[in-house]
Ligand binder design. Structure first.
Ligand code: FUB
Length: 347
């Protein structure tokens, strides 16, 4: 632990950047990323990835540098209030089917039980979605013995609709392996995708959705693609890096409209698209968050006390892509249903 703290102080004192950030990290004792925020029992809980300092990190396009091994939950009574870093919620060693890489998680509550959904690689190095259950929002969570049947890829987010149904959205290309799965959920182990997929004019790869079963630990249906189209009804194309889906799908609903927001990966925007149906199609609307400092951009949205908030991460403390820190800022919906673009860096 002492070594980690010294390393963080070292990065923080490097004076890495002269940039001005609009928000400070929620916590600086540990590195955190991919914040999924929820309100449980009137309190705000954030489920982040827990980035770790490695001796000799391996870098590649498959994200081997993101070698996380456990989850820690954050909580606060209100935005801007003191943040608690809870004890380890789930450890990689306690997931019988997992081999490596605890990536971006999410959580849901139903009937007083809490469910942690997490992507990790199985013994064959294939990303699947796991689920672990707890009696308290902060855990500790107990993992199921096997991944969710029919699941694959990464970045699960679970959305509870007004009618009480829960849906899981998931997927991420490149290191997240979504490009290995076709829309009939068949697997082709063809390795990492190149930037243009060799088919730049084809429709971009779609995130996936499945209705959750009542038990919250299985899917009630096969995963289906979620279509993202432009305002003329045409699919967003693979070559359209500023608008196409890459990872980090998240849903919120306001005034009956479903807002799907996601990261465009190699151009690092969080953009959003809207629909009147949780399955889509979603119509591309615009940029929700401009690129942050750091390669990844991953977020969640939350309504708390009648205000909307945008949770995100950057690399303010470390200056390193794989050592991130989570933050929060207010977000604003306009009367016409659009959302004001957030700039987290002031030059
Ligand atoms: O934290 C590991 C991965 O980086 C996440 O799963 C992606 O969304 C990206 O933020």
């Amino acid at each position: 632990m002492k070594k980690i703290v010294l390393t963080m102080i070292f990065f923080a004192t490097l004076g890495y950047s002269q940039k001005k950030f609009i928000n400070e990290p929620l916590v600086s004792e540990i590195f955190t990323a991919d914040p999924s925020a929820h309100i449980f029992n009137g309190k705000i809980y954030v489920y982040p990835s827990h980035d770790i300092v490695e001796e000799n990190p391996k870098y590649d396009d498959c994200g081997s540098q993101y070698a996380m091994r456990d989850y820690r939950v954050l909580s606060m009574d209100y935005i801007g209030g003191p943040v608690t870093i809870h004890d380890v919620a789930l450890d990689l060693d306690d997931v019988p089917w997992a081999k490596r890489q605890f990536w971006a998680p999410d959580a849901a509550e139903k009937d007083g039980k809490y469910y942690l959904y997490f992507p990790t690689k199985d013994k064959q190095d294939i990303f699947k979605i796991g689920v672990a259950v707890a009696d308290k929002p902060e855990g500790p969570f107990k993992s199921k013995k096997t991944p969710i049947e029919g699941s694959y890829s990464m970045d699960p987010s679970v959305f509870k609709d007004d009618d009480g149904k829960y849906y899981m959205y998931l997927g991420g290309i490149w290191g997240g392996q979504l490009q290995r799965w076709d829309e009939n959920n068949q697997y082709t182990p063809s390795g990492c995708e190149t930037q243009d997929n060799g088919m730049p004019n084809s429709p971009a790869i779609s995130p996936r959705i499945a209705l959750m079963s009542d038990d919250m630990v299985s899917f009630a249906e096969d995963l289906k693609p979620v279509r993202i189209i432009d305002k003329d009804g045409n699919p967003i194309l693979t070559k359209d890096h500023d608008r196409r889906f890459f990872e980090a799908a998240w849903i919120h609903k306001k005034d009956g409209v479903y807002y799907l927001s996601y990261s465009t990966g190699n151009t690092h925007y969080i953009v959003y698209a809207t629909s009147d149906n949780p399955y889509g199609p979603f119509v591309y609307q615009g940029v929700l968050n401009n690129p942050v400092q750091g390669w990844t951009n991953h977020h969640s949205t939350l309504k708390f006390n009648d205000k909307w908030y945008f949770f995100y991460h950057d690399t303010q403390i470390s200056g390193k892509d794989f050592l991130r820190n989570v933050k929060v800022t207010e977000m604003f919906h306009n009367e016409d249903g659009t959302i004001e673009t957030i700039n987290t860096i002031i030059d």
